[in-house]
Design a protein around this ligand. Structure first.
Ligand code: ATP
Ligand code: MG
Length: 466
C-alpha cells in the first residue's frame, strides 16, 4: 500500500486529502499520480468506484499555479451530473490551496456561467457541448491550459463525441499533458485516443475481472410481460437501501417510474428529456434518501458516485458490455458491497453471454421469486422493525395496554397481529408498460436506435441548438 505522503505531495494537498478521509491511495492512484506529476500522458483504466477522479484530480490540483489568473486544467465529462460531481471532488482536493474550480454544462443559464468564467477559475470541468459553446463565444480561453483530462474517456471518444473532443483539443496548446480515465477501454477506442496523446503510458490496474469482486452479480430469465412483477417482488425481498433501475429508453424510464409509484414505491426517473433543474432535483432527492429508487437511462450509468446504492437492477439488458460494467458499478464502490440483477428475456441470452465474455465474470442465475417469497421478504422486514423497536426504544408508555391485551389474548396471536399490521403486502395493482422489443442478436457496435446514452443526448441538443 502506498500512502499519499510517499507521493511527495504538498502540505496543502495532504491536508485536504486527510480532510476527505482518504488514508491510503487506491491502486490506480498509486500507479498514475507519480506519472502525472512527471507530466506524462496517461491512459488509466481501473474498475468502477476505485478512485479515478482523485487519481487525475490530485496531480492536476498540485500543478495549478493559483497566482496565475488563467484556466490551467480542463476536465471533460460526458454528462452534466458527472461534470458537477467531478468539479465538487476537485474543489475539495483544492480547498486548502484555494484552487478555483468551475463546472460548465448545458441546461444551465449561460450568462451566469459567463459571469463565473470572468472570475478566473483555474480549472474547468465541463460537458463537450457547453465547452465548445463558450470557446465560440470567446468566453473561455484555453491558451494556458497545461492539462486536459477526459473522464470516461472511451465514452468521450466514441462516434458521438469525437468531433467535439477534436474541436476542443484544437484550442488547447499542443504542449500539454493529456490524461484519459475509464473503467473500460475497448481496443479500437484506445487506438483513437493515442492520436491525441504524446507517448501515452497505459496503466491498467491488474484485475482478473472488469467488474469489482464485491458486487454480487445475478441474472434472471424473465419474459418481457412478467418483468415488472418480478422487479417489485425483488424489491420487496431485497429491500435495498437505495436502488437504481436502468431502462433502455426515456419512455421506458417514465413508465417504470410511474408504475413503481402506483405500487407504492418512492421512485423517480432521470433522463435527457427532463429539464436540467428537474434532473438535479431528482438526483438530490435520491442522494438524500427522499426517493429510494432512481429509474434511469444510461445517462446515469457513468461515473456517478452515490453512497448508499446497494442494488442495481438492469430492467432491460444493457446494449453493450461496457454499459453493463458502468451501470452495475454504481454500487459496490470504494470497497462497499453491492448487488446487481439483470433481467434477460429468452431471446436476449446471447447478449448476456457476450457481456460475460467481456467482463470475464459469470453472473449467477437466480430463479424469479414467487409472490409468496415476496410476502415472506416483507414479513422479515416487519419482524426486523419490531425487534429494533423492542431493543432500542422506551416502551413503558405502551406496556399497560399490552398487559391488558395479554389478559384476553394469547401472546403469539398478539405478536402475529403486530407483524401482520407492519407487513407491507405485495402490491399487485395492475400497471401498463409498453413492451420493448428484445435486443437484436446482431447489432452495430455502438448504441441502438432508440436507446439513450450521453452521446445521443448530445447529438439531440446540437439539433435543438441549431
Ligand atoms: N484513496 C481513497 N481512499 C478512500 N476513498 C477514496 C479514495 N479515493 C477515492 N475515494 C472515494 O471512492 C469513491 C469512488 O471514487 P471515484 O468516483 O473517483 O471512482 P471512479 O474510479 O471514478 O469510478 P467510475 O468508474 O464509476 O467513475 C468516491 O466516493 C471517492 O471519494
Ligand atoms: Mg469516475
Amino acid at each position: 500500500m502506498t500512502t499519499f505522503q510517499e507521493l511527495g505531495l504538498s502540505n496543502e494537498l495532504m491536508k485536504a486529502i486527510s480532510r476527505m478521509g482518504f488514508e491510503e491511495t487506491t491502486p490506480i492512484q498509486a500507479k498514475t499520480i507519480p506519472l502525472s506529476l512527471q507530466n506524462k500522458d496517461v491512459i488509466g483504466q481501473a474498475q468502477t468506484g476505485t478512485g479515478k477522479t482523485a487519481a487525475f484530480g490530485i496531480p492536476l490540483i498540485e500543478k495549478v499555479d493559483v497566482k496565475k489568473e488563467a484556466v490551467q486544467g480542463l476536465v471533460v465529462a460526458p454528462t452534466r451530473e458527472l461534470a458537477i460531481q467531478v468539479s465538487e471532488e476537485l474543489y475539495k482536493i483544492g480547498a486548502v490551496k484555494r484552487v478555483r474550480v468551475l463546472p460548465i454544462y448545458g441546461g444551465q443559464d449561460i450568462e451566469r456561467q459567463i459571469r463565473a468564467l470572468k472570475k478566473h477559475p483555474h480549472i474547468i470541468v465541463g460537458t463537450p457541448g457547453r465547452i465548445i459553446d463558450h470557446i465560440n463565444r470567446k468566453t473561455l480561453r484555453l491558451e494556458q491550459v497545461h492539462t486536459v483530462v477526459l473522464d470516461e474517456a472511451d465514452e468521450m471518444l466514441n462516434m458521438g463525441f469525437i468531433d467535439d473532443i477534436e474541436a476542443i483539443l484544437s484550442n488547447v496548446p499542443k504542449q500539454r499533458q493529456t490524461l484519459l480515465f475509464s473503467a473500460t477501454m475497448p481496443e479500437p477506442i484506445r487506438r483513437i485516443a493515442e492520436r491525441f496523446m504524446n507517448d501515452p503510458q497505459l496503466v491498467k490496474v491488474k484485475a482478473k475481472e472488469m467488474t469489482v469482486p464485491n458486487i454480487q452479480q445475478y441474472y434472471l430469465e424473465v419474459q418481457e410481460k412478467k418483468k415488472f412483477d418480478i422487479l417489485t417482488r425483488l424489491l420487496d425481498i431485497q429491500a435495498p437501501e437505495l436502488a437504481i433501475v436502468f431502462g433502455r429508453t426515456k419512455r421506458r424510464v417514465d413508465e417504470l417510474a410511474e408504475a413503481l409509484n402506483l405500487r407504492g414505491y418512492a421512485a423517480e426517473g432521470i433522463h435527457g428529456d427532463l429539464s436540467q433543474a428537474k434532473r438535479l432535483s431528482v438526483l438530490r432527492k435520491f442522494k438524500e434518501g427522499a426517493i429510494e429508487i432512481l429509474v434511469a437511462t444510461d445517462v446515469a450509468a457513468r461515473g456517478l458516485d452515490i453512497s448508499g446504492v446497494t442494488h442495481v437492477y438492469n430492467f432491460d439488458i444493457p446494449q453493450d458490455p461496457e454499459s453493463y460494467v458502468h451501470r452495475i458499478g454504481r454500487t459496490g464502490r470504494a470497497g462497499k458491497t453491492g448487488v446487481a440483477m439483470t433481467f434477460v428475456t429468452p431471446r436476449e441470452i446471447g447478449q448476456l453471454h457476450n457481456i460475460e465474455r467481456t467482463t470475464k465474470r459469470k453472473m449467477e442465475r437466480m430463479k424469479p421469486p414467487t409472490l409468496d417469497e415476496a410476502l415472506e421478504g416483507q414479513q422479515r422486514i416487519a419482524v426486523e422493525k419490531l425487534v429494533n423497536v423492542v431493543e432500542s426504544e422506551n416502551l413503558s408508555f405502551y406496556k399497560r395496554a399490552a398487559e391488558e391485551l395479554l389478559e384476553e389474548h394469547d401472546s403469539v396471536s398478539l405478536v402475529a397481529a403486530c407483524i401482520k399490521m407492519l407487513t407491507k403486502e405485495p402490491d399487485t395493482t395492475p400497471v401498463r408498460l409498453t413492451e420493448e422489443p428484445p435486443l437484436p442478436v446482431k447489432r452495430e457496435k455502438k448504441r441502438g436506435n432508440r436507446a439513450e446514452g450521453p452521446f445521443r443526448e448530445r447529438a439531440k441538443k446540437r439539433r435543438v441548438a441549431r
